[in-house]
Design a protein around this ligand. Structure first.
Ligand SMILES: [Zn+2]
Length: 270
């Protein structure tokens, strides 16, 4: 039988774990602490207490801002874990200093927070978010977040029909063009079945390119009206999937394409 001191030591090691994570959001807890929501590589969404984080002398505080990519050590508590060490992998300073980039990053964090589940590892979502934040740091395109939304829908197994009419099944070819989009009907719709949002062939083409491995080329192009339309469609499709409004899409979210900030789901005139 192990000595009591050694048993205690073993127990502490089991409760301590290391993870890499992106900080999704933080909320105040009492005078000096915060609860930090993290999207981790191996544990899905984790909520942990960062003690003393709001004190001006806190060395941890600046490391656990939303969007920060961190390596941390936590102690697994019964209800909430406790952050014991933090190292910053990437603070994404350039994204924070750019209003357009910041808006896109905040919407990606909100979507990730909605999709990720506590206790359900989803390393693909974690990797996608880290990649998307890195892309934001190097691209000025306003289509990074919308592209992320489509990829999240694909990861969730909830992609709408995009290359045929979701109602009658006619593929987009010859005289059949897809002119509308409705998530209740399951995706794009032909002229005969149209309802929901009006949609242009160019916007649907952009969505298909993003999902078929042509994202880099899409982001390198000037987005134009089709890009703005595709972005609104992405917000609408994701909100329909989540069955809730995304705060970050309706507050100061600008596409930077000449389009004014608008609801993700404008009513189409068909
Ligand atoms: Zn149809």
């Amino acid at each position: 039988m192990l000595p009591v001191a050694l048993l205690w030591d073993v127990e502490q090691k089991v409760k301590l774990y290391r993870e890499q994570a992106v900080v999704l959001r933080t909320v105040r807890l009492g005078e000096a602490d915060r609860i930090v929501s993290l999207l981790t590589f191996g544990r899905g969404k984790v909520r942990a207490v960062a003690k003393g984080i709001r004190k001006t002398t806190s060395r941890v505080g600046g490391r656990l801002e939303p969007m920060s990519h961190v390596a941390l050590q936590c102690w697994a508590g019964r209800e909430l874990d406790v952050v014991t060490q933090v190292e910053v992998i990437d603070h994404f300073r350039l994204v924070r200093e750019d209003l357009g980039g910041l808006s896109q990053a905040l919407s990606m964090l909100e979507v990730s927070d909605q999709v990720a589940q506590e206790g359900q590892p989803c390393p693909q979502l974690y990797s996608m978010l880290v990649r998307a934040l890195k892309t934001l740091a190097s691209s000025s395109s306003p289509l990074v977040a919308p592209a992320y939304f489509w990829k999240v829908l694909a990861l969730e197994g909830s992609l709408p029909v995009l290359d045929a009419c979701a109602t009658c099944g006619k593929p987009e070819e010859g005289s059949t063009t897809l002119v509308a989009f409705d998530m209740v009907q399951g995706g794009a719709l032909c002229r005969s079945c149209r309802q929901g949002l009006a949609v242009s062939p160019d916007a649907l083409k952009l969505v298909r390119r993003i999902l078929n491995g042509d994202l880099s080329a899409v982001l390198a192009e000037s987005p134009g009206p089709a890009g703005a339309e595709m972005a609104r469609l992405a917000g609408y499709a994701l909100e329909a999937h989540l069955d809730r409004r995304l705060k970050t899409l309706h507050y100061g979210y600008s596409l930077g394409t000449g389009a004014s900030p608008s609801p993700a789901c404008p009513q189409a005139s068909l």
